[in-house]
Design a protein around this ligand. Sequence first.
Ligand code: GDD
Ligand code: MG
Length: 324
Amino acid sequence: MAMKALILAGGLGTRLRPLTYRMPKPLVPLLGKPLVSHIIDPLPAEVDTVILAVSYMREALDEYFSTHDVGRKIILVNEEQPLGTGGAIRNVSHYLDDTFIAFNGDVVCSVDLNDMLRYHRSHGGIGTMALWQVEDPSAFGVVGRDIRGRITAFQEKPPKGEAISSSINAGVYIFEREIIDHIPSGVVSMERQVFPNVLGKGLHGYEFKGYWVDCGTRENILAAQRTLLDLGGGKVSPELIREDDAALVGTNMVLRAHLRGCRVGPHAYIEDDVLITKGAEVSESMVFKGALIEEGAQVHGSIIGPDCVVAKGEIVRDQVLART
Ligand code: GDD
Ligand code: MG
């Protein structure tokens, strides 16, 4: 039976500014593919429609989906004012059927949704939340569970030291339509105002292995890039123009760029029409279309937006640069 998926993508991407002044977070490329496509591509075959709940830079998303076939019907729903994670779900409820999948739009992970669906169907209840283990859960939603996997407590961003476990909400859910009855109208946080109230209806936790990254910050999106490159996503385009012994170190993805006597890697993603010149070094970074890294410049742990110039000898470390 056909199924729908909902992606919550209404955040402003504040922690990736200034890049996200020009490009909504869901379209930020991770190894050449927009973040949102990292969610859409692995969806189970039965998902034929994806609803994107957005509230920021809707035009850019419209434009992207009207020019790229992602293999599923895409419905963009705009919120005049951001309604919160709960309000956003309620706002699209007329599109949803009995069972649907929902995602935080900034999460890139290896969860097997077919297996999670089987788990959800066999455990029953109002929903299933994917869980991931972290060392410091204070920046996330934290769950406590009983031995049958039922979530018995939910704390959103507990103060350091007060978390009840190290299992966090991974931001991937399977819900029954009934969840909507528990979302009040207006601006509502799923995490703060809904989850704590539906525990009695059977909200289960589903653990998975592999990788999980919330790509909301420079550090985290670069960590996701590192993970995917090391898993074998790295490639060098045949059109790559490499001159004067330019060196590629470790796993990288380099598209149609010009590399001249420079050192690139490890963990660099270099888009089309980038020029990296003599003596320059780029590592643990993303360099977008049309950027120029001049002689002797260094770029480490950074995101260099489209058409940016890193001047001769300049050192850019742990920064997000973009033309605004
Ligand atoms: N449509 C819409 N409207 N989407 C929204 C809104 C809104 O008002 N507010 C947030 N979102 C989207 C964001 O774009 C993001 O994709 C997702 O909902 C989660 O919001 P974040 O702002 O990124 O939340 P967080 O990272 O601090 O915490 C959430 O994610 C953690 C995992 O990454 C929570 O769900 C935590 O419990 C969870 O552990
Ligand atoms: Mg987030």
